[in-house]
Design a protein around this ligand. Structure first.
Ligand code: NAD
Length: 499
């Protein structure tokens, strides 16, 4: 059994707490390694190391910092296959999907190459007689990030790339269920020229997270994961005086209007609902056809598509549509929720409960499920299932469909499929959800825009990547400078406008 390590001060460090978490290969159900779970002392050591390294990095000019990012992009492309394989082995997603995971992180690194431009401050020449005013963006110091299992490459990069480009040191606490790729990313950053101690990886669970939240040497914390933990981390981090942004769970609705291109809408729904076994925070988990006739057509288009989905291990080639879910507990939870839907009277149009894969009996595979006639009071509607389960809620009108998306406590992403520009525009304007797709099922914004949900899907006021990330990882200092014609003219004692 391989014991994984932490990565502190540019070197692999064995876990000292004596506690470990099993890391599974979800396709086979076997434990393939163990991740050490850091103690408070190990977090202290990472922070101390980061604090020593950070001032030198902050003093390195932004263009040189950007060059590290440029080289990192090259190395990510060089090692793409290796990264994807390691990612799929621990997460279970298909190889093309794993490459997408790396790619969407890589694009944020590319964005961060613009750090010299993005970090430029503001300047007012002549704010008063002989007075200039300027503001600069300075790094926070040491930042930390706590990331989920479902995007082991993308989400760490969404955090550490802007943090480091801004001149911070970064401590990454990845998911203990998929720890290998975050470690490989840290090694590649150092190969790209990052000084030791600027990016460190400390594996762990709640103990490590609490130590991060309580540590006085950490200035900011970014979190992505489930909503209850997001709420906990936001509250505790803020109470300890940190700048905190937390991104939580989702229940993304896709509205299908009667005029939508039904073939395209069905294709989009299948990809968005079942890709990565539904383990995406931007997965569509609720389909809302408007009108019974639309609903009947939608179900008729979806059923054969879903029944022919190919479920399998990442090793069986590119024609697999999705792989296993992350753990046996996740599988059990999904099947329990499916049963609750059946018990509550929803119609199970595609039943994947008996799904099994020869040779992979111990893998965490879950077959695809499609529900029709789900109602808002049902548990399968209220809860995030995070599995290959799509619920259909029939709406009588556009207003009713809009209200469903708006009344749900989650507000990460949503989409509308229609040929009517007026309906699409109205939807985008009125819906209280952070990311909206118009005939686009998974509207994940590109690197130069920002990513973030509303309502219980996010806590904090700045989003991930885009210019928001450069604001989150810096603080503004504003300088008012007077170079009068002569200090000899005498001091000024009154607080007065700059006339
Ligand atoms: P999770 O909340 O279980 O874990 C996320 C991180 O929190 C991990 O690093 C974990 O070690 C840590 N953690 C777990 N329990 C903790 C506790 N009690 N105290 C402190 N830290 C704890 O989430 P997950 O299962 O890894 O990821 C799936 C969830 O993440 C889903 O809800 C999904 O919607 C969400 N997600 C959201 C986004 C987004 O951008 N909004 C993106 C990806 C995933």
């Amino acid at each position: 059994m391989q014991n994984l390590t932490h990565y502190i001060g540019g070197a692999h460090a064995e876990g000292r707490s004596g506690r470990y978490a099993d890391v599974f290969n979800p396709a086979t159900g076997e434990v393939q390694s163990r991740a050490p779970l850091a103690s408070r002392e190990e977090i202290d050591l990472a922070v101390e190391t980061a604090q020593k390294a950070q001032p030198g990095w902050a003093a390195t000019n932004p263009q040189r910092r950007a060059r590290v990012m440029m080289e990192f992009v090259r190395l990510l492309n060089r090692d793409m296959d290796k990264l994807a394989e390691a990612l799929s082995r621990e997460h279970g997603k298909t190889i093309p999907d794993a490459k997408g995971d790396v790619q969407r992180g890589l694009e944020v690194v590319e964005f961060c190459i613009g750090a010299p431009h993005l970090l430029k401050g503001e300047y007012t020449d002549g704010a008063g007689p002989g007075i200039d005013m300027y503001s600069m963006r300075q790094p926070l110091g040491v930042s930390a990030g706590i990331t989920p299992f479902n995007f082991p490459a993308m989400i760490p990069m969404w955090m550490f790339a802007p943090a480091i480009a801004c001149g911070n040191a970064f401590i990454l606490k990845p998911s203990e269920r998929a720890p290998s790729v975050p470690m490989m990313l840290a090694e590649l950053m150092e190969e790209a020229g990052l000084p030791k101690g600027i990016l460190q990886v400390v594996n762990g669970d709640k103990d490590a997270v609490d130590a991060i939240l309580e540590h006085e040497g950490i200035a900011s914390v970014g979190f992505v994961g489930s909503t209850p933990i997001a709420e906990y981390i936001y509250g505790k981090g803020c109470a300890h005086g940190k700048r905190v942004q937390c991104f939580g769970g989702a229940k993304n609705h896709m509205i299908i209007m009667p005029d939508a291109d039904m073939e395209k809408a069905a294709d989009a729904l299948v990809g968005a609902g079942y890709g990565a076994a539904g383990e995406r925070c931007m997965a569509i988990s609720v389909a809302v056809p408007v009108g019974d006739e639309t609903a009947d057509r939608l179900i008729a288009a979806l059923k054969p598509r879903i029944e022919s989905l190919k479920v399998g291990p990442y090793t069986s080639g590119d024609d697999v549509d999705f792989g296993p879910v992350i753990t046996a507990a996740a599988k059990e939870n999904i099947l329990k929720l499916v049963q609750s839907g059946v018990d509550a009277g929803a119609e199970l149009v595609v039943d994947g409960r008996d799904f099994g894969l020869q040779g992979y009996e111990n893998g965490f595979f879950v077959g695809a499920h499609l529900f029709d006639r789900v109602t808002p009071d049902m548990e399968i509607y209220r809860k995030e299932i995070f599995g290959p389960v799509l619920s259909t809620v029939r709406a009588g009108s556009y207003e009713e469909a809009l209200k469903l998306a708006m009344d749900h406590e989650m507000g990460n992403g949503t989409a509308i499929f229609t040929r009517d520009g007026d309906a699409a525009r109205d939807f985008a304007n009125r819906v209280n959800v952070g990311m909206v797709g118009i005939n686009v099922p998974i509207p994940v914004p590109l690197a130069y825009h920002s990513f973030g949900g509303w309502k219980k899907s996010a806590f904090g006021d700045l989003n991930q990547h885009g210019t928001d990330s450069f604001k989150f990882y810096t603080k503004t200092k504003t300088v008012t400078a007077r170079w009068p014609s002569g200090i000899k003219d005498g001091g000024e004692f009154n607080f007065k406008p700059m006339d």
